[in-house]
Design a protein around this ligand. Structure first.
Ligand code: URA
Ligand code: SF4
Length: 202
């Protein structure tokens, strides 16, 4: 028995239903719920983040918190309709450290990323996007199966062993952590230029 003999889902809805009960790694235990990807099955572009944050964990939807607002604003700025793209994460449960009443985001390890690829791979198999966008290092590692530097590959397309075309950019939450105002503004502009390049590839 076990999850590996699960029936292969034929729709995103069926896949999402399966993922609700996932126990492939320990992260389901402390999280509120599985945060599955969101968007149309026929999307040309799939955006992949790291993992849900505090607000995503509570809402059950990807990219609705501060990083999501930054992401949405940039999509809008470059003229990409979020309704027409599929947005998901490499890891589908929120990993955190409790600190008082707050829950502090903690990075998924490679075992968790590896375990959760079960879902990401199936999302991509069902959608067959023309382009997959890795938002940051965790997504890039999950998609490529190896450690590739984001900076060196930024705004380029990496073709993975499975034939996936992966456009590389930073994670929007990186933009929220830059203390210097000018640097932050410059990085936001670079991120918008990255997403404009994605738009031109759509
Ligand atoms: N950061 C992510 O990587 N994904 C989300 O859904 C939210 C924040
Ligand atoms: Fe399953 Fe992914 Fe959640 Fe781990 S993080 S329990 S692999 S859905």
């Amino acid at each position: 028995g076990g999850m590996a003999e699960e029936e292969i889902a034929e729709t995103l809805d069926a896949l999402e239903k399966q993922a609700e009960g996932c126990r492939r790694c320990p992260l389901w235990k402390d999280a509120t719920q599985t945060v599955f990807g969101e968007g149309p099955r026929d999307a040309d572009v799939v955006f992949v983040g790291e993992q849900p944050g505090d607000q995503e964990d509570l809402a059950g939807k990807p990219f609705v918190g501060p990083a999501g607002q930054m992401f949405n604003a940039t999509l809008e700025e470059v003229g990409i309709d979020r309704q027409r793209v599929y947005v998901t994460n490499a890891v589908k449960h929120f990993k955190f450290e409790p600190r008082g009443k707050r829950r502090i985001h903690s990075k998924p390890n490679s075992g968790e990323v590896q375990a959760c690829r079960w879902w990401l791979d199936q999302e991509l198999t069902l959608i067959q996007p023309k382009l997959t966008v890795a938002l940051g290092a965790t997504a890039l590692t999950a998609l490529s199966g190896k450690t590739l530097p984001v900076t060196k590959n930024r705004r380029q397309i990496v073709t993975t062993e499975s034939g996936l075309r992966v456009f590389v950019t930073v994670h929007p939450s990186f933009l929220l952590r830059i203390p210097d105002k000018e640097t932050a503004a410059r990085e936001r502009r670079l991120f918008a230029e990255d997403l404009a390049a994605v738009r031109d590839l759509m």
